[in-house]
Ligand binder design. Structure first.
Ligand SMILES: Nc1ncnc2c1ncn2[C@@H]1O[C@H](COP(=O)(O)OP(=O)(O)OP(=O)(O)O)[C@@H](O)[C@H]1O
Ligand SMILES: [Mg+2]
Length: 521
């Protein structure tokens, strides 16, 4: 049999020197190493690759080198400047799949195109699994097929390399991040979990694979998850910022904030979800502690106001009443002393005014009616007094307030109305105010509406917190503490309406409990 010798065939006028870097980066030129012992096959290939001047001007130029044994080929490959290998599977020193394995081991980054005879095509297909990029049947590859195969092999190899690099980068991020990265199938079973879950939930990833996701969740949060999941599945969307409690292996609960995207196949069918969860347990605990602290402060403030109010009423109020009576009796006892009588009368009036002022301050601090008679009476008294003081007519419509509400709700609503009416008086020039307070469906709603000057709510909200006044901020805080919401509608020139909603159940009961426990502590 004729065998080809190890040669370098120059198929271009200016070939690069041996050992120079691979030429594929220069304009469309490739260094091809043909490892083939059959001289005729080698010549055919060489002829096919040689530029014949008939192709388009941008056709690539090939610098073909050949080796007749695997050992010779590997030696040449070791110089690391070959762009692509054309590899015969049966060489004098190696046969079949081993040949590919050896070439791959020598230069894993160089694409290999296997050259096969018609009868060993099945073996050639297996070489693809071994890492060969393509195979060509000898004698059936014309110039165009060969060029296309070489280009594709190089491009595919590069794409694979780029993908591998990016996957490696991605994996190193996924495996070192503190966030739990996971994927689930449509049954909710975990199909992937990164190692971070060990720190977050105490499990090794393998312990969780195939387990249903929802079972690790706090029972009270399961329904929320199932509802959100059902919505997401129908709409084929993901979710973001979903906070749920997960059971750690040690039995404690962790708060995780979850973000996820749907996994869709090429036809848009939903296959599952992929996402990441962040452990926010510490932040949640800090938030709750802050909330408890605020509740405690508000409760203490109310208690202090209560004490001051009673003191003003019981001590100062009594003393002033006694003073007034004394002055009155002196005034009546000696009416002949005209000048002195006038002075006494004046002093009596002054004491009267003082008593009124003390009463108003005491009422503002903590109206006894709020504790003794309930929200409706306390509001009604307050509105009457406020109207007299501000000279702005005010009506109160109330419904469902027959039963006493939890103290923290009554106090919150009272303080909100108080602050809202103070604002109306201070800022609005309103001609009328209406206050509606209703308790229905376990929810309290209050609406405070004036027909005054109104204001630009957007400008107020976007102002930095440090520049904002305390009234509206305080209202928001108070309402948030009892799990309620405040909406303000105001248009300059058209008045202002405040909408307050406070649920009297659920998370709020917790607040109520905290309030009562603090109040009684
Ligand atoms: N009913 C209203 N009508 C018109 N403007 C209002 C009304 N309520 C609030 N505002 C505007 O909103 C601003 C913020 O009100 P907020 O109660 O927060 O602060 P303040 O009343 O100015 O000061 P304070 O901290 O003493 O309450 C007011 O300065 C005023 O310009
Ligand atoms: Mg104010």
């Amino acid at each position: 049999m004729l065998t080809s010798a190890d040669t370098t065939i120059k198929l271009s006028p200016d070939p690069p020197t041996l050992g120079s870097p691979a030429v594929s980066d220069q304009a469309k030129s490739f260094k091809v190493l043909l490892i083939e012992d059959n001289v005729i096959d080698a010549q055919l290939l060489r002829a096919a690759l040689a530029a014949n001047g008939k192709g388009p001007a941008e056709e690539p130029i090939f610098y073909l080198e050949s080796a007749s044994t695997l050992a010779g080929g590997l030696k040449r490959l070791a110089q690391k400047d070959i762009d692509v290998v054309l590899l015969d599977l049966s060489l004098p020193d190696s046969q079949g799949l081993e040949t590919v394995a050896a070439a791959r081991a020598q230069s894993p980054n160089v694409p290999i195109i296997v050259m096969t005879g018609l009868d060993d095509e099945a073996v050639a297909v297996s070489t693809l699994r071994q890492g060969a990029q393509d195979y060509l049947v000898k004698g059936h590859a014309d110039r165009r097929t060969l060029i296309r195969a070489i280009r594709h092999a190089i491009e595919r190899k590069r794409a694979q390399e780029a993908l591998r690099e990016s996957e490696e980068k991605f994996r190193s991020i996924v495996e070192t991040t503190n966030e739990w990265i996971w994927s689930i199938d449509l049954r909710g079973e975990l199909t992937y979990s990164n190692p971070a879950v060990r720190v977050i939930l105490g499990y090794r990833p393998e312990e969780l694979l195939g387990r249903c996701w929802a079972l690790l969740m706090h029972e009270s949060d399961r329904q929320l998850l199932l509802t959100r999941l059902a919505e997401a599945v129908i709409q084929k969307t993901g979710w973001s910022g979903l906070v749920m409690r997960w059971k750690h292996k040690n039995g404690t609960y962790r708060h995780l904030e979850s973000n996820a995207l749907p996994i869709l196949d090429s036809n848009g069918n939903l296959l599952g979800y992929r996402g990441s969860d962040r452990d926010i347990t510490e932040q949640e605990q800090a938030k709750q502690e802050r909330r408890q602290l605020q509740l405690r402060l508000v409760t203490l403030q109310e208690e202090e106001r209560h004490r001051l109010s009673r003191e003003l009423h019981d001590q100062m109020g009594q003393s002033l009443a006694a003073l007034m009576l004394g002055l009155k009796s002196m005034e009546n006892a000696d009416p002949s002393q005209h000048a002195g009588g006038l002075r006494l009368h004046h002093l009596h009036e002054l004491a009267n005014q003082l008593a009124q002022q003390v009463h108003t301050v005491a009422m503002d601090l903590r109206p006894t009616a709020l504790d003794d008679l309930g929200l409706e009476t306390a509001l009604s008294n307050y509105l009457e007094e406020w109207s007299e003081r501000s000279r702005i007519p005010a009506d109160l419509h109330s419904a469902g307030l027959g039963e006493r509400l939890p103290t923290h709700i009554e106090t919150t609503v009272y303080r909100i109305v108080q602050e809202a009416l103070t604002n109306v008086h201070k800022h609005s020039n309103a001609r009328n105010v209406s206050v509606i307070v209703e308790f229905r469906d376990n929810r309290l709603q209050a609406i405070i509406e004036d027909n005054g000057s109104g204001f630009d709510t957007e400008a107020l909200i976007s102002a930095p917190v440090k520049d904002r006044r305390l009234g509206l901020l305080g209202m928001q805080e108070r309402i948030a503490l009892v799990g309620g919401s405040l909406n303000i509608e105001s248009t300059p020139g058209f008045g202002t309406t405040l909408f307050v909603r406070i649920p009297a159940s659920g998370s709020d009961q917790e607040a109520a409990h905290l309030c009562t426990s603090y109040a009684s502590s």
